[in-house]
Design a protein around this ligand. Structure first.
Ligand SMILES: [Zn+2]
Length: 463
C-alpha cells in the first residue's frame, strides 16, 4: 500500500520554541506598568470581507475615466470633484456596513473591557469594525479616521455622522449633479456653521497626521509607556504605524507581530528579546494572545474576613505572593463583613496567616500594608496611577491620628497601622486631590441624613 502525502494546507506557523515562550513573554510584559497596546491594520478586517480598496476592486469610474484609490483619496481630488469623491466614499461605507466584526475584533473588544485603563487600541482601519465590536471609543485611536463620520472641509470644529439618507442607493447618484452644477454642496453635505462642503473624516494620501483629528502625538506617547505592543495585520507601508513599531523596539517594549506573511514589522522584531513573529491570520492568533494577556493581567482580591464569616477557607497568601500573583486586600460586602473596615481587615489578615502558617514571621505588617494599598492598585491594573504616594500619581491620601491612648507608645508606624489603628482614627480623606472628609467631617454628603435614610429604609423592609 502506498500512502499519498497529505494535501498541503495553510497552517498558522511559528517556531515551537517561540510558541512555548509566548506565555512567559506576555506575563513578563504585563508585570511592567503601562498599557497593553494593540496596533491593527487592514489584515484584521480582510477576514471580515472588507476589501483593501487598493487592488482591482478599488478602481472607480468617474465619467469615462478609471481612477486608482490613491488618486481619489486626496484633498486635491476632493477640491476638483467633491460629489464624485463622496459617491465613492458612500459606496465604501456601504461595503463596510455590510461587513461584520470577526473573532479578532471581538477578542480585542473583550480585552479592552477586562483591562480598562490598561488597554489602548491604535487602528489604521477606517471601517469602524473595532468600535462596532464594542471597543470603547475613548480607548481607540483611529489614526486614519472613520468613514462613518464627516467634518467640515474648511476646518470648523466637530464631527458628524454621515447622514443615513445619503446611503440610499439613489441618493449617491443624484449627488453627482452637484459637481456639474459647480460648487455648492447639497443640504446634507453642507457645514452647519460655514456652509462649505463636509468631507469624509479620513486621512488622505496628500495629507499629514495631526493630533486633533488623528491622535498622532498621543499614539507615539502611548508607545513610550506601553507594557506590551501587539501588531496585527498591518504591512507597515504607512508612516505612523511603522514609527510606532520602530519606537517600541528601540525602547525595548515587548512586541508581538501577527501577520500571514513576513513584513516590515516581523523584520523589526527579528532577533530582538521579548518579541515574537506569529505567522498566521488574525482570527487564529489574536484570541490566543488575548487569552494569555487576560491570564497574565489578572489580579486577586483577597477578602479574609468575609472568608472567615462564610467559612469559605483560607487562601495561601504567602504562596501566591511568592509565585508573583498580584494580590489586593478587600473587605467584601456588608452582608459578609459588616463593618467594612480596611484596618480591621489588615489586622485579621496578618494574624490569621501567622496562625495558619504556624509562623509569627510569615506575614509582616509591611507586606499586609502593601497588599491593602499598592497591591490592590496593581491587581486592578492601576498600579501606575494609584496605591502609593508618588509624583504623577492621583493624590489619594488619608491622615491618621496616632496619639490616642490606644496608640501610645508608638514604636513602628507600619506595625501600628496594621495592629492598632481603626477606621475611625482616620481624620481626613483626600481622593484624587479632593478633600472628602476633614477632621472627621464628611464634606460631600450629609452624614446625619444618610444614617436617617438608611434607618428608614431598613424599617420599611422589616414591615
Ligand atoms: Zn465649516
Amino acid at each position: 500500500m502506498v500512502l499519498a502525502p497529505a494535501p498541503m494546507r495553510y497552517r498558522a506557523r511559528v517556531s515551537s520554541t517561540r510558541e512555548a515562550a509566548l506565555p512567559a513573554i506576555i506575563a513578563r510584559a504585563l508585570a511592567r506598568p503601562g498599557p497593553c497596546l494593540f496596533l491593527t491594520g487592514a489584515g484584521i478586517s480582510a477576514e471580515s470581507g472588507v476589501p483593501t480598496f487598493r487592488g482591482k476592486e478599488g478602481y472607480w469610474v468617474v465619467g469615462s475615466r478609471h481612477y486608482h484609490p490613491e488618486e481619489l483619496a486626496t484633498r486635491a481630488a476632493f477640491g476638483r470633484m467633491p460629489a464624485a469623491i463622496w459617491r465613492w466614499y458612500l459606496h465604501r461605507l456601504r461595503v463596510c456596513r455590510g461587513a461584520q466584526p470577526n473573532l479578532a475584533h471581538q477578542a480585542i473588544a473583550g480585552l479592552a473591557h477586562a483591562l480598562g485603563d490598561r488597554f489602548l487600541l491604535i487602528t489604521q482601519n477606517v471601517d469602524g469594525l473595532h468600535p462596532r465590536a464594542g471597543t470603547p471609543r475613548e480607548r481607540t485611536y483611529e489614526v486614519h479616521g472613520n468613514i462613518a463620520w464627516m467634518r467640515c472641509s474648511r476646518g470648523c470644529e466637530g464631527l458628524a455622522l454621515v447622514p443615513e439618507e445619503l446611503l440610499a442607493s439613489d441618493a449617491a447618484e443624484r449627488l453627482e449633479s452637484a459637481d456639474r452644477a459647480g460648487g455648492a454642496p447639497p443640504p446634507l453635505l453642507g457645514c452647519a456653521r460655514c456652509a462649505a462642503w463636509m468631507r469624509p473624516h479620513v486621512l488622505w494620501f496628500d495629507e499629514h497626521y495631526d493630533e486633533a483629528s488623528f491622535r498622532f502625538d498621543s499614539s507615539l506617547r502611548a508607545v513610550d509607556s506601553a507594557a506590551l505592543l501587539v501588531v496585527v495585520g498591518t504591512t507597515g507601508t504607512t508612516n505612523l504605524p511603522l514609527q510606532i513599531g520602530e519606537r517600541a523596539v528601540r525602547r525595548g517594549v515587548p512586541t508581538l507581530v501577527i501577520n500571514p506573511e513576513p513584513n516590515a514589522f516581523s523584520a523589526l522584531v527579528q532577533g530582538q528579546p521579548e518579541t515574537a513573529f506569529l505567522q498566521g491570520t488574525a482570527g487564529h492568533w489574536v484570541p490566543r494572545v488575548v487569552a494569555l494577556v487576560r491570564d497574565a493581567g489578572a489580579g486577586v482580591a483577597v477578602n479574609p474576613e468575609s472568608n472567615l464569616k462564610l467559612a469559605s477557607g483560607v487562601p495561601d497568601i504567602a504562596g501566591w505572593l511568592a509565585a508573583g500573583l498580584k494580590l489586593g486586600l478587600g473587605t467584601d460586602g456588608a452582608a459578609s463583613n459588616n463593618d467594612l473596615d480596611m484596618f480591621d481587615t489588615m489586622r485579621t489578615t496578618a494574624m490569621l496567616h501567622m496562625l495558619i502558617d504556624d509562623d509569627p514571621r510569615s506575614m509582616p505588617a509591611q507586606t499586609v500594608l502593601e497588599m491593602a494599598t499598592i497591591g490592590g492598585a496593581r491587581s486592578l491594573g492601576l498600579g501606575d496611577r494609584l496605591g502609593s504616594l508618588e509624583p504623577g500619581k492621583l493624590a489619594d491620601v488619608i491622615v491618621v491620628r496616632m496619639d490616642t491612648a490606644r496608640q501610645t507608645p508608638l514604636y513602628n508606624p507600619v506595625s501600628h497601622l496594621v495592629y492598632v489603628t481603626r477606621g475611625d482614627d482616620v481624620r481626613t480623606s483626600i481622593i484624587n486631590g479632593k478633600v472628602i472628609m476633614r477632621d472627621r467631617q464628611v464634606l460631600t454628603l450629609d452624614a446625619a441624613k444618610v444614617i436617617a435614610d438608611a434607618n428608614a429604609m431598613a424599617a420599611c423592609k422589616n414591615h
